[in-house]
Design a protein around this ligand. Structure first.
Ligand SMILES: C[S@@+](CC[C@H](N)C(=O)[O-])C[C@H]1O[C@@H](n2cnc3c(N)ncnc32)[C@H](O)[C@@H]1O
Length: 490
């Protein structure tokens, strides 16, 4: 439905009509307009300075009335006067009470309300029925063809993308089940012959939301018309910030000290810390100036032969992996899961069944007989242990091995990607090929940096640390030896 609407024109309006929409809805611009920037048209529309703007001396560049901030609260308010949408939202239950569930279903409903071929009209029109007509279809990887997705083999985006598609499928099925008993939904959305909705519609509303959602102070995750037309630039390139004023309106403010020439671009940041993978995943581009993948997430699994594997998996509530973050003098790793992997019963980890206050039984972990309350703080417990250096070294070796296997996957698929025909008539869009290639390069550089950094750490610690202990890399304690030996390639 949405794709048809964008292609046929009923869900599409030229951006030069946006000022009319803005005036009708109480949006004000001061010194800026919205449209494509000459030379950067491939980035869609953006906010453009209409005169020389001097940071610290300018009023808000854009002011959006508070009622137009599309938040969970605003949608529930709308549902009070839109009984058709309220039935959908109520059907979604818990999911409808999350910002994501409410916003996606609202955007879907508004598109349906705008659809001219629907005879038995449903839903109540409002400012967003028109505003969605200004939103372009983003080329996020969720819309890449299987051949294009194949270019991502070995990158951290490949597993993230397949997990996302599974979760989008689950959400869409949830929507179908939740609304299948509403007569007009059964007839107009889901009928096997005439039903208008398809999975692509859910992908479209997900893409609208994911590429445009802002975390607004005091409001939470939301969409803000017009401010969501600002393109991204990180670091000192960021020209403006978004806030709420003292009346709850959303405002776009030029940063202090930032001067923008007439016809210059007013950018915001979508998150300076976001890595190349996340930028491509959520926004469909990687900033030209990005010189590092910045961060990446690798999964980890508890080895098959770990005798505590099942208990560890049952108790660990943290993400099964670790994040590598690029740092000035090496890399930092974040994530609690590694610490569960690198200690065992011989070190002092054990599991017990405990009776809870309501009489149920639960499995809990103990470290040196102390209960471990959630593994997020487990690292600090290990840090108190005289053998901390050893545990740390084990962790680093496991991480290094995982980094090595990721590099192998990346390099192992490089030749195939390089040889893949792309461009007109090949089924692989030029842009997708270049983005995939760029991600591959940035991630391999960060992985190599991590590998050398770990190598360095391992070799620095490959020296005697205790007179009475020997730790080998299977992670078992053997008394009465005098060195720690770490095999960095195992
Ligand atoms: C919040 S929207 C910004 C407005 C958008 N350009 C439009 O026409 O509606 C985010 C999208 O803008 C584009 N974009 C933003 N900043 C960009 C940049 N620095 N380089 C390339 N594309 C960018 C991407 O397509 C991204 O998904």
């Amino acid at each position: 439905m949405i794709r048809d609407g964008k292609l046929q024109g009923w869900l599409s309006l030229p951006v030069d009509t946006l000022p009319v929409w803005a005036t009708l809805n109480g949006v004000s611009f001061d010194g800026v307009s919205i449209g494509p920037l000459p030379g950067k048209e491939d980035r869609g529309s953006t906010v453009i300075a209409r005169r020389h703007l001097k940071g610290g001396h300018e009023p808000p560049l854009v002011t959006i009335p508070r009622d137009l901030i599309l938040s969970l609260e605003r949608i529930h308010q709308h549902a009070k006067s839109d009984s058709d949408f309220r039935a959908v939202l109520d059907g979604l239950d818990e999911f409808g009470r999350t910002a994501r569930g409410a916003i996606l279903s609202f955007l879907l409903m508004q598109s349906f309300t705008a659809c001219p071929s629907v005879v038995n009209k449903k839903g109540v029109s409002g400012p967003f029925t028109e505003y969605i007509k200004y939103l372009p279809m983003e080329m996020l990887p969720t819309f890449w063809s299987p051949a294009e997705c194949d270019l991502l083999t070995g990158t951290t985006l490949a597993p993230a993308l397949s997990a996302k598609l599974k979760s989008l499928n689950r959400e869409f099925e949830q929507l179908r089940v939740a609304t299948a008993n509403i007569p007009w939904c059964a007839e107009q959305w889901w009928d096997e012959v005439d039903g208008i909705l398809e999975f692509d519609d859910w992908l479209q509303v997900d893409a609208f939301y994911r590429s445009r959602a802002l975390e607004y102070p005091g409001v939470g995750d939301c969409m803000v018309p017009c401010i969501d037309m600002a393109n991204h630039s990180s670091g000192t390139g960021t020209a403006a910030i978004y806030e709420v004023d003292n009346q709850g309106n959303a405002v776009l403010l030029l940063r202090d000290g930032k001067n923008i020439e007439q016809n210059g671009e007013i950018t915001i940041t979508y998150g300076d810390g976001k890595g190349a993978c996340e930028m491509l995943f959520s926004y469909g581009f990687i900033e030209d100036e990005m010189e590092s993948a910045r961060e990446l997430f690798l999964d980890l699994s508890i080895p098959e032969d770990d005798p505590l594997r099942r208990a560890k998996s049952a108790v660990a509530k943290c993400a099964p992996g670790f994040k590598i973050v690029d740092a000035e003098d090496g890399v930092i790793f974040e994530g609690a899961y590694i610490w569960i992997i690198c200690v065992n019963e011989e070190d002092g980890l054990s599991f017990q069944i405990q009776q809870t206050v309501d009489g149920a039984q639960e499995l809990i972990a103990t470290w040196q007989d102390e209960p471990v309350h959630g593994f997020e703080g487990f690292r600090s417990m290990l840090e108190q242990d005289p053998l901390w250096d050893v545990y740390h070294l084990r962790a680093v070796s496991i991480l290094q091995e995982r980094v090595a296997s990721q590099l192998q996957d990346l390099y192992g698929s490089d030749d195939r990607v390089d040889a893949t025909q792309h461009g007109d008539g090949t089924g692989i869009r030029e842009r997708a090929w270049h983005l995939a290639k760029r991600l591959r390069v940035l991630e391999s550089e960060l992985l190599e940096k991590a590998y050398s950094y770990y190598e360095d750490q391992v070799s620095r610690q490959d020296r005697p640390i205790s007179d009475d202990l020997h730790i080998d890399m299977d992670g078992f304690r053997q008394d009465s030896r005098s060195t720690i030996h770490v095999c960095s390639t195992c």
